[in-house]
Write a protein that binds this ligand. Structure first.
Ligand code: ADP
Ligand code: MG
Length: 256
């Protein structure tokens, strides 16, 4: 069973056809870069996978994550919560609770696994704390556990967000532009962390990157979107300069 299977996904906003007949599969344990210039539809595609957006009703679109269709509406949508708990999200804006400690931010990732009443009490077991510290160790931030999240640099906060997804026991991590607002050194550390959890823990990782250079460095496979269509899907090494300039137009190499 693939980690992700999308068949004929269509998404329209008003008159704008943002995703057009997208079909793709990602196997469990893969790390895939989703690339393409700004506005090509990367985030919209990711939002379908996180069950945050519904495909066009008129279409025969099907989106499956871990073998479960996640585009259900109405009452059937309740089942999606269980699937969502198995998907970790990492965003460009790190989405941590700034005034809480790094450790607590990681512990929050585990709340989807405990009964609601306990999550409301806001306390955690010793085992959970040890597990959170282990997740922080994995992302190289063990010694920062007791700092406030806001005291960390952007790149460190992003790695806390990854640790939170580990605490959640996410089987699939969707990272939408995780390095877009980071300097090169922090970007490197975040990409290395994603690569590491993919390699060591077998977590499936889909990472959107609007520039191709980090994708080339850290991912074997790329899926490139252009104006809502799949422009390329395959080994990233097979994308030559000509293809890249067709994909990005004049933007090639214009790292912001
Ligand atoms: P990317 O992440 O590749 O930059 P997006 O998926 O964010 O691209 O956007 C693709 C296109 O869809 C853009 O033209 C954007 O303006 C449009 N779009 C995205 N979300 C909405 C929305 N909620 N309403 C209307 N248009 C949207
Ligand atoms: Mg985007």
């Amino acid at each position: 069973m693939p980690a992700i299977k999308i068949t004929d996904l269509h998404k329209t906003f008003g008159d704008a056809r943002v995703l057009k007949a997208i079909s793709l599969e990602v196997a469990k344990g893969e790390m895939v870069a989703l690339i393409g210039s700004s506005g090509s539809g990367k985030s919209t595609l990711m939002r379908h996978l996180s069950c945050l957006t519904l495909a066009d009703r008129s279409s025969s679109s099907c989106v499956e994550v871990l073998g479960i269709p996640v585009q259900k509406q109405g009452r059937a949508a309740r089942d999606i919560r269980k699937t969502r708990a198995r998907i970790g999200n990492v965003f460009q804006q790190f989405n941590l609770v700034n005034r809480l400690s790094v450790l607590t931010n990681v512990l929050i990732g585990g709340l989807s696994r405990v009964p609601v009443w306990r999550s409301m009490l806001g306390w955690f077991t010793r085992e959970e704390k040890l597990e959170a510290l282990k997740a922080l160790e994995l992302v190289g931030l063990r010694e920062h556990a007791l700092k406030r999240a806001s005291e960390l640099s952007g790149g460190q906060q992003q790695r806390v967000a990854i640790a939170r997804a580990l605490m959640q026991k996410a089987e699939v991590i969707l990272a939408d532009e995780p390095i877009a607002s980071l300097d090169p050194e922090s970007s490197r550390l975040v990409m290395e962390t994603l690569e590491r959890i993919n390699r060591e823990l077998g977590i499936t990782v889909i990472v959107t990157l609007h520039q191709v250079d980090y994708a080339q460095k850290y991912c074997q496979r790329a899926i490139a979107l252009q104006a809502g269509e799949i422009f390329f899907d395959g080994p990233i090494a097979a994308m030559d300069g000509q293809m890249l300039s067709r994909l990005y137009g004049t933007q090639v190499g214009a790292e912001s």
